[in-house]
Design a protein around this ligand. Sequence first.
Ligand code: ATP
Length: 301
Amino acid sequence: MIKHLGLKAYGKINLALDVLRKREDGYHEVRMIMQTVGIYDRIDLDVTQEPGIQVETNLFYLPNNENNLVHKAAKLLMDEFHVTKGISIRLRKFIPVAAGMAGGSSDAAAVLFGVNKMFGLGLSMEDLMKRGVKIGADVPYCIMRGTALSEGIGEKLTPLPPVPQCQVLIVKPGINVSTKFVYESLDAAHLKAEDHPDIDGMIAAIQKKDLYGMAARFGNVLETVTVKTYPVISEIKEKMIEAGAVNSCMSGSGPTVFGLFTNPKAAQNAYEKFRFDEWKGLAKQVYITNFYNNQEVLHGK
Ligand code: ATP
């Protein structure tokens, strides 16, 4: 048995997000191109002699009880496999919270991976993904990572070749957007053709390693809801283009916006404007990162 494990839980962006329809059970059927980025939370797992799950986080407003997704993930496996020892989970968040970057889902994915490994449960990645969807629709993808097409409610995953590397500027405005509100406000039956991103075109561009063709097809159908309610989202998108981004888009249900840059200097200038200078009022959190496709070290220390 492994007594301690240090894990990195990576965030994602949606290069494209489409909603096909609302199902009878209330879930939305989606089609999304997912991409892991190099911003991660750190998770330390320690086996304890006394049974139970203890959670500690660096953010006072996150739950440290059974409502934290890391707790749910550990409990799911430990109950199923009747693990008699306990576990302590120390979570340090760096992925913006409630931002459309699947931070909580990625933490849950890392804990599923870690608990399986520490207690030698012998589950395959596929087994973990099947269990992960019970915690959240994005959890299976967060176990798989890289570049992928996500369909169904997020559980049908098709890996895609890695996209060409470039700078990814990530800006989260100082507003909180409820995922539930965004999906409930989406009028999926009355969207215009141009509201839907060209997912098949994007897949073809990714297969050709055509960064510009891919970026030209960025699109997120949920912007039809969020941009109306929060104009700051389109302001950030416009500033990114003004700063030289190849293109920009909102991730998930927002409010995070990302922009791709092929010129590192332009990306750095834009970062500084959002972080310290004239566009500071639009941004609460700002990061420069890259796409993250290295499967080998994704879960390493
Ligand atoms: P998605 O992109 O999947 O919509 P998100 O970025 O919108 O995810 P998260 O950061 O994953 O949202 O978390 C949303 C809510 O879940 C938070 O308001 C928080 O209270 C709760 N939560 C539970 N566990 C966690 C966790 N480990 N990290 C972040 N949030 C968590």
